[in-house]
Ligand binder design. Structure first.
Ligand SMILES: [Ca+2]
Length: 499
């Protein structure tokens, strides 16, 4: 029996057995198919957002790669679909989102696809090599159509349910699908989404801009000390002293109050005083992007965010052994300004005045909002198609400010006050960008989405567990998670309620 299945799988898993899909405006260039056997990979939840970690072992799947172009656009799009043979296909499709500037088909996507196949899902993704428009939206819908078509030709039936799972760029892609292709998917897990893209990327540079204006760059340990002080000051506002700020709106910590305090720098083991530059930089990273006359432009991360992670934080500085520090802007924001707004790879962003920075910020919004802004607030067609969308967003997210998700949710609510019937946003206190940090991670997000779509079980809460093994529930925004005062010292799921 197993031998027969192998023969069938091999027969179906060949380019000759797979017809080209039909995608409006597309011309298919090639299809490749190969049988992959005994594929094993441990997929930690850090690179499989919305899911728990999974140990994928001895997977057998047909790996199909389709290449297409949109004639006249000189673009090339590559879609890869992994069609499970063992374990057996669960009759669903789970499309996996990208990250950063990458649309898909990088290590996070491949890990997610392995995780999805291990759970029986057929998993497509798409990468676009040339056009921002493909990257922003077109490739997403193409990938879904291609995925469904390949599934239909391989298994002889379309997927019963089609899903999206992504975080960050992958989250933005999910939201874009709900906005522009409301019939494409049954369920979308779109966590910490990089929506409001031009504002996000323009705003990401703001702490660096402020340090440039001062010509003074604090030591990372000064910024870390101020973050620790803010968390200490605001921790108990939520009723639970757990090192996590669960009520960020109640936090109003003043970094200027600590100027001159002596701290111990852990890395160099020296004592230094907190400088005014450190207070100015943290304030910039906490209270929003401001114009030269002080008016608000966009959100920055909250008090809980790690401001000095060299990979991801907005206020990174680097210090030599003689104590001289320089600013280290994130390449994402820098590339945005140089390549997309100024269209000049040699542009020197370190010398901008605040007025020039404001012009840059606004120019990005004007030029790119309609292409990749992903901020269109009317999801009523997605609602009418029966779609469900779910998202978590860490309150300690250092890359994408959690208030960006709030702002979008409020905008969707203004169009349709009953939005919570098909779209829910869960804020995760202490959680960093997509994963990490001290806060609890909701590993069951995707499964909650599937239950909502297929069984109508409304996700009233999400269960989340922290690295310290402390567990809690997350509540759908605008509700807040509150501590149930009747519980004792043991804090767990039952210790919280939503209000
Ligand atoms: Ca707390």
């Amino acid at each position: 029996m197993a031998a027969l299945q192998n023969t069938l799988a091999l027969h179906n898993c060949s380019p000759q057995a797979i017809p080209y899909p039909t995608v409006f405006g597309a011309q298919f260039l090639s299809v490749e198919a190969s049988l992959v056997q005994n594929y094993s990979q441990y997929v930690p939840s850090q690179i499989y957002p919305n899911h728990d970690s999974i140990n994928a072992t001895n997977l057998r799947f047909c790996n199909v790669t389709v290449t297409h172009t949109h004639p006249g656009q000189n673009d090339t799009l590559i879609t890869q679909v992994w069609l499970p043979i063992a374990p057996k296909w669960n009759e669903r499709m789970q499309a996996i989102g990208g990250g950063g500037w990458v649309a898909g088909l990088f290590y996070v996507s491949f890990a997610g696809m392995a995780g999805a196949v291990a759970e029986g899902y057929a998993a497509p993704w798409n990468v676009n090599l040339y056009a921002l428009q493909d990257f922003a939206s077109v490739s997403l819908n193409d990938a879904i159509i291609i995925g469904k078509s390949l599934i239909n030709s391989y298994y002889g039936q379309p997927p019963k349910y089609s899903y999206w799972s992504g975080c960050s760029q992958g989250g933005r892609q999910g939201v874009m699908l709900a906005q522009r292709y409301p019939n494409a998917l049954d369920g979308i897990a779109a966590s910490a989404p990089a929506i409001n893209w031009p504002e996000l990327f323009g705003g990401m540079y703001f702490p660096q801009q402020v340090m440039n204006e001062m010509g003074s760059y604090p030591h990372p340990c000064e910024l870390d000390a101020l973050t620790i002080a803010a968390i200490k000051a605001c921790d108990s506002n939520d009723g639970l002293a757990d090192g996590i700020i669960s009520d960020p709106d109640a936090c109003h910590f003043d970094p200027y109050s600590l100027i001159g305090s002596t701290i111990n720098c852990h890395d160099s083991n020296t004592s230094i005083k907190i400088s005014k530059a450190a207070a100015v930089a943290t304030e910039a990273a906490w209270t929003g992007v401001k114009t030269s006359n002080g008016s608000f432009l966009w959100f920055t991360p909250g008090y809980e965010a790690n401001l000095t992670n060299p990979q991801s934080s907005p206020a990174v500085t680097e210090c030599s052994t003689n104590g001289t520090c320089t600013g280290q802007p994130q390449p994402l924001g820098m590339d945005w300004m140089k390549l997309f707004i100024k269209k000049d790879p040699t542009f020197n962003a370190f010398n901008m005045t605040r007025r020039e920075y404001e012009h840059m910020f606004h120019a990005g919004v004007r030029e790119y909002q309609s292409i990749i802004g992903t901020s269109y607030p009317d999801l009523t067609e997605f609602r009418d198609a029966g779609g469900k969308m779910i998202a978590y967003h860490g309150l300690a997210d250092e890359v994408i400010p959690f208030r960006s998700s709030r702002q979008y949710y409020d905008a969707v609510t203004a169009v349709d006050p009953l939005v919570h019937e098909y779209y829910r946003l869960f804020e995760a206190p202490g959680l960093a960008h997509c994963n990490g940090g001290a806060g609890a991670y909701p590993a069951g997000t995707f499964d909650a989405l599937v239950e909502w779509v297929e069984k109508g079980i409304v996700p009233e809460t999400l269960r989340a567990t922290a690295p310290s093994n402390q567990s809690r529930i997350l509540c759908p925004y605008p509700q807040m998670t509150k501590l149930n005062s009747s519980t004792g010292d043991e804090v767990g799921f039952e210790s919280f309620y939503c209000s």
